[in-house]
Design a protein around this ligand. Sequence first.
Ligand code: UDP
Ligand code: MG
Length: 310
Amino acid sequence: MTNFLISIVIPVYNEEQNIQPLLKTLIPILKPYQYEIIFVDDGSKDQTIPLIKQEAKKSQSVKLLSFQRNFGHQMALTAGYHFAKGACTITLDADLQDPPDIIPKMIERWEKGAKIVYAKRTKRDSDSFFKKLTAQAFYRFINFLSDTQIPDDVGDFRLLDREVVDFLKGLPEQSRFLRGLVAWSGFPASYVTFERQKRHAGETHYPFSKMLNFALEGIASFSVKPLRLSIYLGFIASALSILVIAFKSVQHFIFHQGDWLPGWASLFFSIVFLGGIQLITIGIIGEYVGKIYKEVQKRPQFLIKEKINL
Ligand code: UDP
Ligand code: MG
């Protein structure tokens, strides 16, 4: 038995079919260690909570933290980090897509000095072509926009040293795009690879619309370049219109050619074009204003309904 404690944080949202299969694979792997398993229930409405309670009765190491309502995956992870007592904390999904058998390898890397150990997916055969494509496009885009390089092909399956967990806990920022924050911290990182499995049971909670929101949240949290982009767009549009006016003036006054009147098509086009650019830029500004609004409200990030064994 090791002399340090390992915390496992598992966000769960309507995962009744996965709790027992997950514990069945996880607990034998954790045998050689001192461990705690913290389930963070994100407002489940099915049998998830009663099932966890049943397990928590059997073992003090199984703990439950439940939210008043659904606050989202990132908030569930945040709450888990708040309550984890381990020398290191590992977060993983409840649906067995993140295979627990690589946990010992992750711990080994950490013992060798890494403060962050990412579990990196080698194959994503189980994910749809569309998910793979959008994920790749997202990481390319965010890394192009942001000064913080977020490693691609890593999700929220990772090990964090106590020091990194304390850094996350101490962050005054309300919004939690954890992948970005962890990368931003710059602690020495290492990788362990794995093959992403199929969801054991149930459906994904991340349909396209939610993925898009998550992506926009990430971009707005880690880059102000979109704001600068709107300045460039404005410059380009003005430069273009000055060029067109200059060209037309020369044509009209010097060469006495061309018509001023039948130009409604170009006029119409430029109004629509500029209108579009204006709407985009207002939207971009709005996105950041919204972020500032959320930050100054300083509402709690999550509300806890119940704690067991914690
Ligand atoms: N989850 C959560 N709150 C939510 C949505 C999901 O706590 O609002 C949990 C879910 O129970 C799972 C993990 O987050 O353990 C990842 O969710 P999911 O498997 O649906 O996402 P995917 O793997 O398809 O990206
Ligand atoms: Mg999943």
